[in-house]
Design a protein around this ligand. Structure first.
Ligand code: PHE
Length: 456
């Protein structure tokens, strides 16, 4: 199918609109709750070294790679791969599949954050935030695995899907870009206020010491490097077809590499800011409880939904702080969620020439049904863990390897892509970029093998 066959193909009206949408996609739950604990678990301040190396040598170069693919073909992930070679189309569908899986569970986390905005105001968790989250809220454990609905989770998850449908039906420019243009600046202002507030809490310095004290021995551990690459990929929304899809909406003459640099550095700046804010707050919590920061810095979902509630209860004015914190999670999450869902929407349009509104309604409807039927049940959290592990360990790495190996190496598209990027961009690429993409391919294969070995 020729890319011109879709007459109502949507566009971003300006480069700014695209940059906001792309930052909206990148800045998400991964920046706020994932980065701080991944950094802490992987050598603290020393982690910044592999993190920056991964950003500069893999994250940003791959961002350019996917921009080139999407912009050149003006197609969704499957179509863009197909235009490189017919046989490569399944790679695009694999990326689309991963996007669908992430979207289904990501919506649930945003729903929880929505509930927690209001729980913060009343400190609904009393003095047992852990028991409240897993027991009273998610109703885990009792009666074990079951498909019974948990109404407290069901309602927010339905709301998330309604909001997402409304935004996506408005289209790429009026919906995605305009929503991001309003909510990303709002998110930055609110989040800055939270970070500044945290820095003035007693114990903040200890928290920052815990986060940033470098453990250089960690650099010898390959697991730390894998964590850095994983964080960069997740955080930049790379390898799920999002960047291909968004770049396909750009006008012919657009400074692609310049935009990539803005997006990449803004995302990391936000992420590091989040790390500072969260660890300052954890430092306060540790001091209030008379324990070490290590004792309160829990990993994963626990940090946002168990650690933070305890903190909110302990700090003066905690209710408002909590409300704003969870509102930030909701805003950051929504702008990422809409980007993930646009991937299958555009794939459907390109493949079956379904109209814009119809394809949006079908995809959002289908994903919402699965998400609403599965996530708010007692089995939801188990499903979420499995889907998250698959998406992160196999999905990201696998999809990026396939694109680099097939498109970059086998089809030798790197010179074509760099010419394409250079023709429209201010920041020119050359052999260094191509080498970096190839090295990233090797690193990713190594990562995948290591993952497989740990799982078997
Ligand atoms: N980049 C987003 C974040 O940091 C998450 C995301 C992952 C979005 C994958 C889309 C795809 O949370």
């Amino acid at each position: 199918m020729s890319p011109k066959s879709s007459p109502q193909r949507e566009v971003f009206v300006s480069r700014g609109a695209f940059i906001f949408a792309a930052i909206g996609s990148a800045v998400g739950l991964g920046n706020i709750w994932r980065f701080p604990y991944v950094t802490y678990d992987n050598g603290g301040g020393a982690f910044i070294i592999p993190y920056l190396i991964a950003l500069l040598t893999a994250g940003i170069p791959l961002l350019f790679f996917y921009y080139a693919m999407g912009h050149r073909s003006r197609g969704s992930a499957p179509l863009a791969h197909r235009m490189v070679h017919k046989g490569a189309e399944p790679i695009g569908w694999f990326a689309t599949g991963v996007a669908i899986i992430i979207g289904i569970y990501y919506a649930a986390i945003i729903g929880w954050a929505g509930s927690y905005m209001f729980f913060s105001l009343t400190e609904a968790w009393g003095d047992d935030s852990e028991g409240f989250f897993f027991g009273e809220y998610l109703k885990l454990g009792d009666p074990g695995i079951s498909l019974e609905f948990v109404p407290e989770v069901l309602i927010p998850v339905i709301l998330v899907w309604v909001v997402v449908l409304a935004i996506l039906l408005m289209g790429v420019q009026n919906g995605i870009a305009n929503f991001s243009k309003v909510f990303i600046p709002l998110l930055i202002i609110l989040f800055l206020a939270l970070v500044i507030r945290s820095l003035f809490l007693p114990g903040a310095a200890e928290g920052l010491n815990a986060l940033f004290t470098p453990d250089f021995k960690a650099l010898k551990d390959p697991g730390v490097w894998i964590a850095a690459y994983g964080q960069i990929f997740f955080s930049l929304s790379i390898a799920f077809g999002i960047m291909i899809t968004y770049a396909s909406y750009l006008k012919k003459k657009t400074n692609l590499t310049g935009s990539g640099l803005v997006v990449g550095f803004s995302n990391s700046a936000f992420e590091i800011l989040a790390g500072i804010g969260i660890f300052a707050a954890l430092g306060f919590m540790a001091k209030a409880q008379g324990v070490e920061v290590a004792d309160v810095a829990s990993s994963g979902i626990g940090l946002a939904f168990v650690g933070f509630p305890t903190l909110i209860s302990e700090m003066p004015g905690g209710g408002i702080f909590g409300f704003v914190f969870f509102a930030c999670l909701v805003f950051a999450g929504l702008t990422s969620l809409i980007s993930i869902i646009q991937v299958p929407i555009q794939a459907l349009r390109d493949k079956f020439r379904v109209g814009n509104k119809a394809s949006t309604a079908w995809i959002v409807g289908a994903m919402a049904v699965v998400s609403i039927l599965l996530m708010p049940t007692i089995t939801g959290l188990y499903a979420l863990d499995t889907m998250d592990a698959f998406a992160n360990n196999v999905g990201i790495v696998g999809s990026a390897i396939l694109s680099i190996v097939v498109v970059g190496w086998a089809m030798r598209k790197l010179p074509v892509f760099s010419r394409h990027l250079n023709a429209v961009s201010s920041f020119k690429l050359g052999p260094i970029w191509m080498t970096l993409i190839s090295i990233t391919g090797v690193v990713l294969v190594y990562m995948l093998i290591t993952q497989i070995i740990t799982y078997v």
